[in-house]
Ligand binder design. Sequence first.
Ligand code: IDP
Length: 149
Amino acid sequence: MEKTFLMVKPDGVQRGLIGEIVTRFEKKGLKLLAGKIMVVSEEQAKTHYIEHESKPFFESLISYITSGPVFAMVWEGKDAITLTRSMIGATKPTEAAPGTIRGDYAVEMSRNLIHGSDSAESAEREIANMFDPNELIQYEQVIAKCLYE
Ligand code: IDP
């Protein structure tokens, strides 16, 4: 089983899309281990987006992600990272397929609603950056026997 860090960004929180987004992952069969509304600190934001440090849009990215509440989550499941990335859709909403979160609801790249980890290494670092280990709840998913062979 794989864990991933997903975060409804400030635009998604303000647009009232937390429930819609959570529902999609729940219906897919992923298991929610942690979820909280929070304001990302400048330090957390810089750690989270460290790979974009040298990009021209870095400052505006940091300023946006710290501008208001986000909904941070940890989800678990088989191939959770690949599954959630494909449900989220391409970074540019103009290229995101209909049926994906960004394809259905987002217009601009800098307001593309949701973050999802792109590798197991990123997921581990991103989860540790936003959650204490004791905030992750481990439990048996009763429907697992229906989801997995
Ligand atoms: P991802 O969120 O689809 O994984 P990344 O390349 O990791 O995409 O970029 C992180 C976030 O930075 C994007 O979701 C987007 O909001 C923002 N971003 C990426 N590239 C640009 C850009 O060229 N201009 C403005 N914002 C960008």
